[in-house]
Design a protein around this ligand. Sequence first.
Ligand code: CA
Length: 230
Amino acid sequence: MSTKKILVVEDEKPISDILKFNLVKSGYEVLCAYDGEEGLNLALSESVDLMLLDVMLPKMEGFDVLKKVREKKQNMPILMLTAREEEVDKILGLEWGADDYITKPFSMRELLARVKANLRRIVAEDNSPSGEVAAFGNLEINYARYEVMKNGDIVELTLREYELLKFLSTQPGMVFSREMLLEKVWGYEYFGDVRTVDVTIRRLREKIEDDPAHPLIIMTKRGIGYYLNK
Ligand code: CA
């Protein structure tokens, strides 16, 4: 397995240094940027496997970096680092989709677990659907190509949105709790916030449902969780 390259975009040098130290110790290759512009340039010019992105940055703020990177790289996992709880709602609500966030101060153990979980191919191979293509209403999932089509048009999904849809589609009709989805799709066992699941479901619905307020594909089982309509 090749070494994964992680881009750390963080202007506070002590935090950046300790992140780099621990990531390198864990076997990752690390690039550091100390402002938003430099972070954006590196994210687009280098082959980066995952980005740790601070929200408050000089020159260009983290949300703008996120948006611009997402325009070019849909699938790269991006973890936002935030110092303020009020930024969490913004991060979760972003249409460009950060894959995850972590609040400062964070434990290094938690951060490394998040990095690992976000780098991992989430759904185990033996969980994968057997066919190459599955259809749900006017939606078609092409597993071989990681592609989702709606009425014949490609739907742009982030990796996490795709993994969530794929996971639900492995057992249509089966209700999964939010905790289980967090564990299976995000790969957390101990960490994470179930709001992340709700927000990702909402974003997915906006992209794949004709009327996101009255979904016909991804259904809510009130008080329990979510399932894909057969
Ligand atoms: Ca900062």
